[in-house]
Design a protein around this ligand. Structure first.
Ligand SMILES: [Zn+2]
Length: 115
């Protein structure tokens, strides 16, 4: 039984959509799904922009500048995945609460998947 559960867990993990990331000098004209845009000069980006993972189609913008509040950090791992901290908690609209870890969404609050 344990083994089956392990396989199932891996399968669910594999099914979760993975974000790609892309460096952009300027704010992109269109935001594609499952892409996190890292906006600004490559050495000192100031904004992350991506579509909300819940499927509500809203664009989420996260400030990276330490002088402003709230402020987020991101990290590209050796495996070329992206981590964002702290969690994202939308106060308007869908009110999704999640973290992006290893390019994947981990829900903190209400679980909501598109489709
Ligand atoms: Zn949403």
């Amino acid at each position: 039984m344990k083994r089956i559960r392990k396989i199932l867990t891996r399968f669910v993990e594999w099914l979760r959509p993975e974000y790609k990331f892309k460096f952009e000098e300027d704010f992109p004209e269109s935001i594609k799904e499952n892409v996190i845009y890292i906006v600004g000069a490559k050495k000192s980006p100031w904004l992350l922009a991506f579509k909300c993972p819940c499927g509500c189609n809203q664009t989420i913008q996260l400030n990276l500048l330490k002088d402003a509040d709230p402020c987020w950090k991101f990290k590209i791992t050796a495996r070329k995945t992206i981590n964002i901290s702290p969690s994202v908690w939308r106060t308007t609209g869908c009110k999704s609460h999640f973290v992006i870890r290893n390019s994947k969404t981990e829900w903190v609050g209400r679980k909501r998947w598109k489709n």
